[in-house]
Design a protein around this ligand. Structure first.
Ligand code: AMP
Length: 189
């Protein structure tokens, strides 16, 4: 199963990815997690990305394209994968199309998790409280910025994947179990 989870910050992509990982025994490829690991390890990529991430902007397409292209070659991606937080721009989606063609890994579906802005801000602020402020970009000002970036740069992917016949949308304002069952119904049908 090869999937993309598309949706704004706080929509629940990470949470749903965890369920799908177990169900299909495939890895979750989160560019955000990989970049945070690079920051923690103080690699050159991490050092370049930190400031950009802290202010809620997107790191360059080249950096994330390279991260994903390498990661897709790992053995554990042979049965499939869940992309979480990638692609985030039309240029990334085009690069991904090329990569997947070359690697002969066609996508099965792109699942868009929808939710409105106020719910998202509230959820991310709660996440920040629960995690004791582990993420530097989980404060209200940066969250609003991340949502704006999502609308401007990532929302166009909805049409991109609609045109490819891959898009399925679910209602991300439902509770975790509700969203999970909507996704399961889509993937099983
Ligand atoms: P996330 O954990 O997916 O919310 O990502 C956190 C931050 O990492 C984003 O606000 C971006 O700064 C950066 N990031 C993650 N994925 C990407 C991507 N595909 N393209 C550009 N920047 C990304």
């Amino acid at each position: 199963m090869r999937l993309i989870l598309l949706g704004p910050p706080g929509a629940g992509k990470g949470t749903q990815a965890k369920f799908l990982m177990e169900k299909y025994n495939i890895p979750q490829l989160s560019t955000g997690d990989i970049l945070r690991e690079a920051i923690a390890a103080k690699t050159p990529t991490g050092l370049a990305a930190k400031e950009i991430m802290d202010r809620g902007d997107l790191v360059s397409d080249d950096i994330v394209n390279a991260i994903i292209s390498e990661r897709l070659d790992d053995e554990d991606c042979k049965n499939g994968f869940i992309l979480d937080g990638f692609p985030r721009t039309i240029a990334q989606a085009q690069s991904l199309e090329e990569m997947l063609k070359e690697k002969q890994m066609p996508l099965d579906a792109v699942i868009e998790i929808r939710a409105d802005e106020n719910i998202l801000v509230e959820r991310i602020l709660n996440r920040a409280k629960e995690s004791g402020g582990a993420r530097a970009d989980d404060n209200e000002e940066v969250i609003r910025k991340r949502l704006k970036v999502y609308k401007e740069l990532t929302m166009p992917l909805v049409k991109f994947y609609q045109d490819l016949g891959l898009l399925k949308s679910v209602d991300g304002t439902k509770n975790i179990a509700g969203v999970r069952s909507e996704i399961n119904d889509i993937l099983e049908s």
